[in-house]
Design a protein around this ligand. Structure first.
Ligand code: ASP
Length: 309
């Protein structure tokens, strides 16, 4: 049997240590543990990596602690616009949605795009029409409301700045959730979901729903889910860059992810991190920020739940 493993993240960034109470840290750790274990249980009982990553991401979307689904950040118009993607590494099937509103679990909609449409990426109004055709319930804005996110937005709403989640600094970083997994059959998958950046304007789309950038899976190389300043991750074509370093240069998962996060993305001033697995169940979780909400578990005994370095 193949080593099976899962890794999840709840965003990378400049963590404001002073604002983190012991109680809040417990909440974060517990939410990470619940999401990780739910995915791991699926892998342990012989389920697919695809089901595992979707299940873990849905649980993170349901938690207001993270900037995805419930608890998504506010746009400049005071709304929530969410992005998500999912991909499996056996047949390179993928689905993604962007600029959607009112959908409780954007990752589930991304999976429906993958499995029930002829397309890979649906955005805005069209994505919403597809969701309604698929019978999705459209939640009211109150469902997504979170007081902390609202206050973050109030702080910058009349300015041109926009910011990543979980930071008091205007140029600070954070947010987004993701999962990568390798199942007992050596198939890998990745899923990513986000509310994007506080005060984002003009239909801004980040890296998270973009296949090959914030999210990618290929059994030949790796499954990757990214978090960080999307504009830089897009220009760095991050997830596919990790895969290319493995495929064309023969780098290991560890070396390829370190090269991208600690060198290439830094060279263009990008900050953030990623989680990745390969088809042998190896896990990597590098980040170049102060911290990244992260957790992992492998059938080889490796286990971790961490926030700071
Ligand atoms: N990468 C996400 C975006 O730019 C944000 C994040 O990771 O927190 O939309």
């Amino acid at each position: 049997m193949n080593t099976f493993s899962i890794a999840i993240h709840g965003g990378a960034g400049t963590l404001v240590k002073g604002l983190m109470t012991a109680e809040l840290e417990d909440h974060y750790r517990n939410a990470l543990k619940v999401a990780r274990n739910a995915g791991y249980d699926i892998l342990e009982s012989g389920g697919s990596a695809l089901n595992a990553v979707e299940t873990s991401v849905k649980l993170l979307e349901d938690s207001p602690l993270f900037n995805a689904g419930k608890g998504s950040v506010f746009t400049a118009e005071g709304t929530h616009e969410m992005d998500a993607a999912i991909m499996e590494g056996e047949n390179l099937e993928a689905g993604a949605v962007s600029l959607i509103t009112g959908i409780k679990n954007p990752v589930a909609l991304a999976r429906d795009v993958m499995e029930k449409s002829y397309h890979v990426f649906l955005a805005g109004e069209g994505a919403m029409r597809f969701a309604k055709n698929q019978g999705y319930v459209i939640e009211s804005p109150e469902y997504f409301y979170d007081e902390v996110r609202y206050q973050q937005w109030q702080g910058i709403k009349d300015s041109d700045s926009f910011q990543l989640d979980h930071s008091v600094k205007k140029d600070g970083k954070f947010g987004t959730v993701g999962a990568v997994a390798c199942d007992q059959y050596g198939n890998i998958a990745a899923a990513t979901s986000t509310g994007g950046m506080t005060n984002k304007k003009w239909g801004r789309v980040g890296d998270s729903p973009m296949i090959g950038i914030g999210n990618y899976a290929n059994n030949k190389t790796c499954a990757v889910s990214c978090t960080g300043s999307g504009e830089f991750f897009i220009r760095g074509v991050v997830a596919y860059d990790v895969s290319c370093l493995m495929e064309y240069k023969g780098l290991s998962l560890k070396d390829a992810t370190n090269e991208v996060i600690h060198k290439r993305i830094l060279e263009i001033n990008g900050d953030g991190g990623l989680i990745a697995v390969d088809a042998e169940g190896t896990i990597a979780m590098p980040f170049n920020t102060e911290g990244m909400y992260r957790a992992c578990k492998s059938s080889n005994g490796q286990e971790e739940i961490s926030i700071y370095k």
